[in-house]
Write a protein of this length. Structure first.
Length: 145
């Protein structure tokens, strides 16, 4: 049994743990095997809780940069000689789908390709934030339930 954001806990107690981070806050809940009819029952309860929680929370937007001096979510792909081939931008949509745009250094030049990748990511995140704002207008207290 395996699911994203759900981990097995087998130390003093036995069960499954749901752990999700959004906006600097951690949502954490433990599901005991004994209270949910065994290992499978506690796993199903944890996945149900996780699914409900993810529907209420905004999508995860942060993408780690690859140490190339570019903005977060902007990366560079290099050839075998270490020369930049293209710059890319990536982000996650409201539905949790990954989006990506790339810009060839040969076509745009290095500086321009990097700038276009930064702009593409910024535009993608603007669309995500606007769409998320339209989809749900929950107050902070409603999201915590």
């Amino acid at each position: 049994m395996k699911a994203k954001n759900v981990a097995r806990f087998d130390h003093r107690f036995h069960g499954w743990v749901v752990s999700v981070r959004r906006g600097g806050r951690r949502y954490y809940k433990y599901f005991s095997d004994s209270r949910h009819g065994g290992r499978r029952g506690s796993f199903r309860a944890a996945v149900r809780y996780r699914d409900g929680l993810l529907r209420k929370l905004p999508p995860a937007l942060a993408v780690r940069r690859l140490g190339n001096g570019a903005a977060r979510g902007v990366y560079v792909e290099r050839d075998s000689g270490g020369r930049p081939v293209r710059y890319g931008a990536s982000w996650t949509t409201v539905r949790g789908e990954r989006r990506r745009r790339t810009f060839a250094v040969g076509r745009f030049g290095g500086g321009r390709a990097k700038e276009l990748a930064r702009r593409a990511r910024a535009e993608g995140l603007r669309e995500v934030r606007a769409a998320f704002g339209r989809l749900t207008r929950l107050s902070a207290s409603q999201r915590r339930k």
